[in-house]
Design a protein around this ligand. Structure first.
Ligand code: CA
Length: 178
């Protein structure tokens, strides 16, 4: 019997995909690869990998669309999604978390760091977040302390801004009316 797939790498640039897959295999992961969104979704449904490394920019569909499709399918809704982006703007990060990404890496990233993040995800159950603190990649919202921490820096939010953020974060999959 073949080993269970441990990570699906979705990346349209051959050089990057091959390099990432090679490095992850060297780190002991059983790796599947896809160069476009359609293949990625088919492989994800067939193998249900615990972790999907998802490039944001793909030729046929965006990483956010793939992420939404994974979350909409009962078979794949529990997979961990690490979004890979070449951009660093916060708006892109927030958009990714709204569609259900669990973590982010920004290109170029180190193979060692990526392997460590994947290993950490596979150890942690994908359970409901602690209601007192919510972690979204580099963003942490501490409800009890009313603190928002991004990349280790406490953000200076107004009471309304914090309440809005906490409300949105409490149900990441839900769209709210104005
Ligand atoms: Ca790409």
């Amino acid at each position: 019997m073949a080993d269970a797939v441990s990570v699906l790498v979705v990346e349209d640039e051959d050089d990057i995909r091959n390099l990432v897959a090679l490095n992850l295999r060297r780190s002991g992961f059983n790796v599947l690869t896809a160069g476009d969104g359609e293949t990625a979704l088919a492989l994800a449904r067939e193998h249900v990998p615990p972790v999907v490394l998802l490039d944001l920019m793909l030729p046929d569909m965006s990483g956010t669309e793939i992420c939404q499709a994974l979350r909409a399918d009962s078979k794949t809704q529990g997979v961990y999604v690490i979004m890979v982006t070449a951009r660093t703007e916060e708006s892109d990060r927030i958009a990714g978390f709204e569609v259900g990404a669990d973590d982010y890496v920004t290109k170029p990233f180190s193979a060692r760091e990526l392997a460590a993040r994947i290993a950490a995800m596979r150890r942690r159950p994908r359970a409901a977040p602690d209601p007192e603190t919510w972690d979204f990649g580099s963003l942490r919202i501490d409800v009890a302390a009313r603190e928002t921490i991004l990349d280790g820096q406490v953000l200076d939010l107004t009471r309304l801004e914090f309440d809005l953020l906490a409300k949105l974060a409490s149900e990441p999959r839900r769209a709210f009316s104005r």
